[in-house]
Design a protein around this ligand. Structure first.
Ligand SMILES: NC(=O)c1ccc[n+]([C@@H]2O[C@H](COP(=O)([O-])OP(=O)(O)OC[C@H]3O[C@@H](n4cnc5c(N)ncnc54)[C@H](OP(=O)(O)O)[C@@H]3O)[C@@H](O)[C@H]2O)c1
Length: 428
């Protein structure tokens, strides 16, 4: 039977996994799709580079157009990364009627709508399961599994590097800078970790998840992002004393036709299932009006977990080819949503204040909260003997972000408050 021919753009970590799975599971895969799958050509930057997989050297090329313009190639699998060149290759491949599978969250978060529109016009599939939470089939779940429900909340640990760092800080009491260095040595963090630790990578993934979950056009600019570089060991220890873990959470919420999407270090109640997701693992919690709470857990990256999602997408594309229904599932956003204002975004908050240690200060603080219409759930004052200042920890009831900002502004002008040390969103 005639094989389906795949052009693979990239033979790095993920590309190698794709070759291994397509070759290792060939019999099973061809039984599922009704024909063999052949990786016919592979784009690399350097053909002479030593590789930890053996491939037929005649399949390797350094010229992307060899593959993208090859009429014999049916499907392009893009695992080279980057945005500008990759977008150019993918649009050209779609123009020529080739289907595309990609693991590229940067590309899909920034140009997903344009690429999906092109795919629809050309009757092609573009599938990108591996772009968020590597081995967890969350994209297919949001598109298909929840097609009958209205999703109201998505909370994700979608960046393994930051989850590894926060887990180590929590379990071993280590300082942020030390754990980051160790993560870099182990290859869990990049030499330039900015995109991970400042929450940008998670923001891109939340752009994709919220667009699909809310069936709305969410752009990267709509997602506010704060990373973990300001999280201290002190914050983590106080969180633990109060029954919380600190996690970098992407949180997307919908109410009627308003949404908010953000990424921030969050204190999450230890009893919430996402609080126990540790190390480099990822998890996505989804709340639907009808289904209630669900959660999906697994490897967020790595050669074989990521390749599993890519090859599953490849199988879906080939099944569509056999049925002649490619391009029917391009997910274009049909809901018009407004971004929530700060008055509409509500959560509980944790505050750690450094204050003057004298009678009446607590009453002043309580007055500020009351003036701003924020009610307090609990107050803790750890003992700090023989000092002129002390720490106060406050957890609020649910309050709007706008009201909380008013509280913080009022504290700035109070002499008795020496420093606002930390502010966290609280969930669970
Ligand atoms: N690694 C993961 O666990 C993971 C998980 C989910 C998603 N992803 C996404 O998957 C993609 C690939 O990641 P990766 O970790 O496999 O990357 P990688 O190990 O750096 O591999 C990139 C591959 O693409 C080739 N390449 C890069 N730029 C090229 C260019 N301009 N022309 C020709 N070839 C080029 C490289 O060629 P050479 O081999 O010759 O250098 C290499 O084979 C990225 O979009 C990433 O975000 C990765």
């Amino acid at each position: 039977m005639k094989p389906v021919k795949v052009g693979l753009l990239g033979l790095g970590t993920v590309g190698t996994g794709v070759v291994r799975i397509v070759e290792g599971h060939q019999e099973d895969l061809s039984n599922q799709v009704g024909s063999p799958i052949e990786i016919a050509q592979i784009l690399v930057k350097d053909r002479a580079k030593a590789r930890n997989i053996s491939v037929d050297p005649s399949k390797l090329t350094e010229d992307p157009w060899d593959i993208v313009r090859n009429p014999g190639i049916d499907v392009i699998v893009e695992v080279m990364g980057g945005v500008a060149l990759t977008k150019e290759y993918i649009l050209e491949a779609l123009e020529r009627g080739k289907h595309v599978v990609t693991a590229n969250k940067d590309l899909m978060a920034m140009h997903g709508q344009e690429i999906l529109a092109k795919a629809r016009d050309k009757g092609c599939d573009v599938l990108y399961e591996a772009s968020v939470a590597g081995g967890i089939p969350i994209i297919r779940t949001l598109i298909e599994g929840f097609s009958s429900d209205r999703i109201t909340k998505i909370m994700g640990i979608v960046n393994g590097t930051t989850n590894y760092i926060l887990t180590k800080m929590s379990q071993e009491g280590a300082a942020y800078a030390d754990v980051l260095k160790e993560a870099q040595e182990l290859g869990y963090a990049e030499a330039d970790p900015t995109s991970d630790v400042e929450g940008l990578d998670a923001a891109r993934k939340m752009t994709i998840l919220s667009s699909l979950g809310f069936r709305a056009n969410v752009s990267l600019d709509n997602v506010s992002a704060k990373g973990i570089s300001g999280v201290t060991q002190e914050d983590i220890q106080y969180a633990k004393r109060l029954g919380y873990e600190v996690k970098l959470l992407g949180i997307a919420e919908r109410q009627d036709d308003t949404i908010s999407v953000s990424v921030q270090p969050t204190m999450i109640k230890r009893s919430h299932p996402i609080a126990s997701v540790n190390g480099v693992f990822n998890a996505v919690y989804v709340h639907g009006e009808a289904v209630g709470e669900t959660m999906f857990y697994g490897a967020g990256a790595g050669e074989l977990p990521t390749a599993t999602s890519i090859v599953a997408d490849l199988v879906a594309v080939i099944k569509n080819m056999k049925l002649g229904v490619n391009g029917r599932q391009a997910q274009l956003s049909y809901n018009v949503m407004k971004l929530k204002t700060d008055e509409q975004i509500a959560s509980k908050f944790f505050l750690l204040l450094h204050v003057e240690d004298r009678a009446g200060v607590l009453a002043q603080i309580a007055q500020v909260f009351s003036n701003c219409d924020v009610s307090i759930e609990s107050v803790m004052q750890p003992s700090t003997p023989n000092q002129s200042s002390t720490e106060i920890i406050i957890i609020t009831h649910e309050a709007s972000k706008a009201a909380m900002n008013q509280v913080l502004q009022a504290f700035e002008s109070q002499n008795s408050i020496r420093k606002i040390k930390s502010v966290y969103r609280v969930e669970g």
